[in-house]
Design a protein around this ligand. Structure first.
Ligand code: FAD
Length: 323
């Protein structure tokens, strides 16, 4: 049975995040021919509408209030709620990002829907939609279906591939006027301070080179940064490395850090504690470099290198330079 689907476009620094396009691919899977609408907030929404159309949106609702140029809980909540009332969707998807994780539970509570958070896979069996999501901090995965009411899910970035762009596709664009009561918006973003130095967003990077306490110092991250840059990836870290002040907490991956699913995850000098695995064990290919052959990281690694990271990483960098 066809379903009306609404996705919330996730924007950072005026650009669409990939998870927005992945949400459209997920929408296509469940819509079964039903209309797919993308909601996009902020003053440059119209400029991004074409990309959403090329990736599967049938209709685009822009809400161009300036208050939505930067994410704030109150403004996004009010705008998104009004878009939902306007569209009347049977399925809603947001990214499992800082934005989606914050706004979605509020909306779900307000509209009386359940929320499937951090979805990593979707299967459609006849009319039944089955979602996969982690439990016990990523130690296991569970499959769930929604029995009744609105299907509402946040989708983990990098798990559901976006569709190829079809530049011949067009979509109706509607500029919706919403009411954002000024006295109910309790926060103002005055400045955005970027902590990570490189341009690749860790949670959407296709390659991550992560360092642990084994890097031994801030300088010890330099060979990892060089390899990450060469591969067009991002640098990540274990909490061990962050606690030791070798790097910023913005790089932390794991249960209390970022959850990532890159195509390639290189873990250097990371022991593989369960809290770290919770953030990266779903990566497509895992390469572990560790001096200790008994390190638990090797149990989840596709390729294990027993050795000193300060010898292995430069060797890898030299080899990749030849490709
Ligand atoms: P260690 O466990 O000290 O491991 C360092 C590794 O480096 C060792 O295996 C060693 O053999 C290897 N090594 C040393 N020198 C070299 C070298 N020259 N070459 C190669 N290998 C070398 N951790 C996270 O990562 N993310 C989280 O989100 C997180 N959340 C947590 C939440 C809670 C509630 C708790 C209690 C803990 C959490 N932790 C988290 C911490 C976690 O339990 C571990 O303490 C942490 O992951 C260890 O970091 P590490 O692997 O870098 O350090």
């Amino acid at each position: 049975m066809s379903k009306k689907v609404l996705i919330l476009a996730d924007i950072r620094e005026g650009k669409l995040r990939n998870v927005s396009l992945e949400s459209l691919a997920a929408a296509k899977m469940v819509a079964d021919g039903g209309e797919i609408t993308a909601a996009i907030f902020g003053s440059n929404g119209k400029e991004l509408a074409d990309t959403l159309a090329h990736h599967g949106a049938d209709k685009i609702i822009t809400v161009s209030n300036q208050e939505l140029d930067q994410y704030t809980t109150d403004a996004y909540f009010q705008a998104f709620k009004q878009v939902i009332d306007h569209v009347g969707p049977e399925v809603i998807f947001t990214g499992h990002t800082a934005v989606g994780r914050d706004v979605s539970p509020r909306i779900a509570a307000r509209i009386g829907a359940g929320l499937l958070s951090d979805v990593t896979g979707i299967e459609v069996d006849g009319g039944k939609v089955v979602f996969t999501r982690p439990i016990y901090a990523g130690k296991a995965f569970v499959k769930k279906a929604v029995k009744e009411g609105i299907i509402f899910a946040t989708l983990r970035p990098n798990n559901i591939p976006a569709q190829e762009a079809d530049t011949t596709r067009t979509a109706d664009v509607e500029d919706l006027s919403v009411t954002l009561a000024a006295d109910t918006i309790r926060t103002i973003v005055k400045d955005v301070v970027k902590k990570s130095s490189d341009g690749v967003d860790l949670s959407e990077a296709s390659v991550i080179v992560a360092g642990g306490r084994g890097v031994k110092s801030e300088d010890g991250f330099k060979p990892l940064e060089e390899l990450a840059q060469l591969l067009g990836g991002a640098v990540g870290a274990s909490r061990g490395a962050c606690d030791s002040e070798y790097c910023d907490y913005a790089l932390q991956i794991g249960q209390t850090g970022k959850v990532v699913t890159p195509d390639l995850y290189i873990a250097a000098g990371i022991s593989g504690a369960i809290q770290h695995l919770a953030g990266m064990s779903n990566s497509k290919v895992i390469v572990a470099i560790n001096k200790d052959p008994e390190a638990p990281i090797f149990q989840v690694a596709d390729y294990g290198i027993v050795g000193d990271l300060f010898e292995v990483i430069p060797l890898l960098t030299e080899e990749f330079k030849k490709v």
